[in-house]
Write a protein that binds this ligand. Sequence first.
Ligand code: SF4
Length: 380
Amino acid sequence: MDALAKLELLGPPTCFEPAEEMTGSSRPRRDPSRDELAGFVHQAVMPNGRRIVLLKTMLSSACERDCGYCAFRQGRDFRRATFTPDELAGLFVQFHRKGIAEGIFLSSGIVGGGPHVQDRLIATAELLRRRYKFRGYIHLKIMPGAEREQIAAAMRLVDRVSVNLEAPNTERLARMAPHKNFAEELLLRLRWIEEIRQESPGRWPSSTTQFVVGGADENDVELLTTTEFLHRYAGLARAYFSRFSPVPDTPLENHPPTPALREHRLYQSSFLLRDYGFTVEELPFDAGGNLPLESDPKLAWARQHLAHAPVEVNSADRRTLLRVPGIGPKGVENLLRERRRGRLRELADLSKLGIVAKRAARFILLDGHRPSHQLALWPV
Ligand code: SF4
C-alpha cells in the first residue's frame, strides 16, 4: 500500500478528533481521488488566532487497547494501516511544498506500548524539523504511558502537545476504557508537561486535553471540576469536549448518544472558567450536576445575580464587568481604556467597543441609569 492509500485510511477518522479550533468549511472528503490531495486537509484556527490549513492523520490505526467508544479498538474488524515515520514525513512535506498543508496534527493507535508509539511520533516530528527543515505548526499526541524524557523531547520539537483524558476521573474512565489508567498513564503526563515548562522557562508548546462527553454517564460538574483543576495546576490551554456517539461493534454501541447542545454548554462554561474568572461552584448546575441545556451559562448566572443588582459600567472593576453577558475579555479592555477618556452614557457607546449592548442592557447601569427604555427592543 503506498503512502497516499494509507492516508485515505488514516486521515478521515481524525476529522472527528478536536485538535485546534476547526472551521466548518473543509471536512475532508471520504474518497478523494489521488490527485485531490486537498481533500485530506482542514482549515484550523491556531491558538494565536491565525488560520492555517492542517493535515490531520494517525500514524497507525492498529491498536492493542479496547476503549469502549473507539472505532480503532482491538479486535474490531476494519481495514487498518500504519505509516513509517519516513513515509508520513515525506508525504506531509509533499503536501507542504505544493502549498496544500501548512501544519500537521499527528495521533496514533497503540501497538507495542505507549512509549514505543511515542518514539515513532517523535521520529516523525524530528524528520520534519531536521531533515526537511519544516518550521510550521506541529501538534503531537502524547501517548498513554509515555516517558518523561520522551515528553520533553516531543516538547522541544512541536507547537502543541495533547493528552486525551477522555473521562474526568478514574472511576469514569474505567467504565469507558478499562485498560487505561487515568492517574498514572494520563493525568501524570499532563502534570509532567507543566513541570517541564516550569523547570526551564522559555518557548514551550501549549497543552490540551479531550473528554468524550457522556460515554461514562458522568455529569458536567465532574467534567468541569477536572477542567478547572487542569487550567490552574497543569497550565492547560484548552479542554475539548467531544460528545459521545456510539460506534458499531464496540462495547458501548448501545449507549445513547450525547446531545450536541451539551457539548456547546460545556465549551461555554470552560471559557467562563478559563477567561472570565468564574469558578465551578458558581456555574448554574441543576440537581443532577448538569448545566441546563436551554440557556447560556453566563446568562443564567446573570439572571440570578445581576438582574436586581446591575453593574455600573463607569466604575465596576474588570472582574465584575466580565460577569456581564455581552461583555468579553476584549470588550472589557476597550471599555476600561475608553473610561479614562470620559463617562459612558449610551448603549451605542458600548457597541462601539465590541460589546454586545443588547445582551448587556438588562444587567448594567450607564452613569447611574438603567438603559430600561431600550429593554423591550432587545430581549435577552
Ligand atoms: S488507545 Fe486510543 S486508538 Fe486505541 S482503542 Fe483506545 S482511544 Fe482508540
